[in-house]
Design a protein. Structure first.
Length: 339
């Protein structure tokens, strides 16, 4: 697979990013059209509750939504998220132009948001950096969206990359920021949904990509890094997992205990979700580091279906009881926030 292959079939041509900002003072709705810049529109937002409408096209740029742009809505102009595409191509190990080092995982993101109350609707956000194009690069994480900030909501959004597609994170180590991802398509290969957020994935489609490698597993869908003090981490409810790889090539998850927070206690519940044959039903979880075995983490399942959900080795598939399942719902995770 060569660069930009992730965007095959997308509507709209590549759009040159203009340097001219969009005037916003006194306006609640800003429009971004081919030749405009999404970042310029973000920069022009001057108050809470404003909306940026992105018209059909492919916008090759990095977008950074700072914390001061709260309650912002970023949405596509049509009902099809393939029509408006925000994409860039850099990785953890990509050198910065000023020679100060590399971007790092978080810095590789096409879209970064720290804004509370962000809503993103009907867009595609992609990072089309590919390992095959950069054999010299060892830091191959290439994030599509790095999201922090409480009450972040993504609906009908396509998130496309390979390694570390969605970094669902928190504003700081003490925060329990809440995210909701509803009816989204998220695809990648290694740890492509990861981070510390309290994140609900509702009716989402997770798609694992095929990798040209001889080893197994080819990758993992989730890699939560939930704070020990947080009773809730990632919840996938009513979702489905499909695969472009061979059967049993992928794991559901592995725990991520970062070196900067070794007290993390990753939490993941996958419930009432269809797991396709690409998931290893015999051993669906694995370790990231031997010092933090997955069996010691908060990994649970409940009433999943499909060939990847068949329980053949019960000790490898910890299940919630009915009573426990009542504590792992969208309402319990989001609390007083009702998006």
């Amino acid at each position: 697979m060569r660069r930009r292959a992730l965007l095959a079939g997308m509507a709209g041509g590549v759009v040159a990013v203009a340097a001219t900002p969009v005037a916003a003072r006194g306006r609640r709705v800003l429009h971004v059209r081919p030749g405009d810049s999404v970042q310029a529109a973000v920069d022009a937002v001057d108050g809470p509750g404003q909306t940026i409408v992105v018209h059909p096209g492919t916008y090759r740029e990095v977008v950074d939504i700072p914390a001061g742009k709260g309650e912002l809505t970023l949405r596509g102009a049509t009902r099809d998220p393939r029509d408006a595409v925000i994409v860039f191509d850099r990785a953890n190990g990509t050198p910065k132009p000023d020679g100060s080092g590399t971007y790092g995982t978080a810095g590789s993101a096409t879209l970064t948001s720290a804004a509370p109350g962000l809503t993103v609707l009907g867009l595609t956000i992609a990072n089309d950096w590919l390992r095959a194009d950069h054999p010299e690069t060892t830091g191959t994480q290439a994030v599509a969206a790095h999201v922090t900030g409480d009450r972040s909501c993504f609906a009908r959004v396509r998130l496309l990359a390979h390694q570390d597609t969605l970094f669902a994170d928190t504003t700081d180590l003490a925060a329990f920021d809440r995210h909701l991802y509803r009816d989204c398509h998220i695809e990648g290969d290694v740890d492509f949904v990861f981070g510390r957020a309290t994140a609900v994935f509702e009716r989402c489609h997770f798609h694992t990509l095929d990798r040209d490698v001889a080893f197994r597993p080819e990758g993992m869908v989730f890699a939560p890094s939930t704070a020990r003090a947080n009773p809730r981490g990632f919840l996938a409810a009513g979702c489905r997992v499909t695969s472009g790889a061979e059967d049993a090539a992928y794991k559901i998850a592995r725990p991520w205990v970062p070196s900067y927070e070794t007290t993390a206690w990753p939490s993941l519940v996958v419930r009432e979700t269809e797991l396709g044959p690409g998931i290893d039903a015999v051993a669906p979880y694995t370790d990231m580091r031997a010092a933090y075995p997955w069996q010691s983490m908060r990994f649970r399942e409940y009433r999943n279906t499909g060939p990847g959900a068949v329980i053949t080795v019960p000790e490898n598939r910890p299940q919630l009881t009915e009573t426990e399942a009542e504590r792992h719902t969208r309402a319990a995770y989001l609390g007083d926030w009702c998006p």
